[in-house]
Design a protein around this ligand. Structure first.
Ligand SMILES: Nc1ncnc2c1ncn2[C@@H]1O[C@H](COP(=O)(O)OP(=O)(O)OP(=O)(O)O)[C@@H](O)[C@H]1O
Ligand SMILES: [Mg+2]
Length: 173
């Protein structure tokens, strides 16, 4: 994987732009992200069908100490899967939601403001439910096995997270 430092507009303090060249690299990036997350953190995952959101989540779960990677799947029909690692993990998938109101029906706020880590696939469909501070991961397919991954955050709470992630990715090289 590579950090794309020379992409215009993507080298600011609050964004990290990465390209992965194989699914395993996306999982590795996820596990690095997972190792840096803290109780109450919220990650909004955005990207079209097959962009790699669930595979990134598999890695994040691994980084949070969840051993059963196969058990980490898109909760498209059930809306939320829960896993237990060093912290509770709440894995949402908003793909099938008609409106953000349905997130309130399952008391999403309880999860977002709780002591676990919330990972939300198709977060762009329910942005209004998210807390003021969250991490955004936007994924794009560039080629069959190449993905562009833009990581940014809203809220000072995540300043250290992004710094840690940048050094972590640099160390992988
Ligand atoms: N570099 C890569 N990173 C992630 N996935 C990749 C990569 N290269 C190929 N793939 C493939 O792309 C697909 C990504 O599927 P995944 O379920 O993670 O996407 P998704 O964004 O969660 O889709 P959905 O919106 O349907 O839930 C998998 O088949 C995976 O093997
Ligand atoms: Mg998915």
């Amino acid at each position: 994987m590579n950090i794309l430092n020379n992409k215009k507009g993507y080298t600011s303090e609050t964004t990290l732009f990465i390209e992965t060249y194989a699914v395993g690299e996306t999982i590795l990036l996820g596990s690095l992200i997972g190792s840096l997350l803290k109780a109450g953190d919220v990650v909004a995952l955005i990207g079209h069908l097959g962009a790699g959101k669930t595979h990134l989540v598999k890695g994040i779960a691994e980084g949070l100490g969840i051993e059963d990677k196969k058990g980490v799947t898109s909760p498209s029909y059930v809306l939320i899967n829960q896993y237990m690692g060093r912290l509770p993990v709440y894995h949402f998938d908003a793909y099938r939601l008609e409106s953000a109101a349905e997130m309130y029906d399952i008391d999403c706020v309880e999860f977002f403001w709780g002591n676990g880590v919330s990972l939300v696939e198709w977060a762009d469909k329910i942005m209004e439910c998210l807390p003021d501070e969250f991490i955004t991961v936007t994924m794009n397919t560039i080629g069959q096995t190449t993905r562009e991954i833009l990581i940014s955050y809203h809220g000072e709470r995540y300043k250290g997270f992004l710094k840690g992630l940048r050094s972590g990715v640099q160390c992988l090289k």
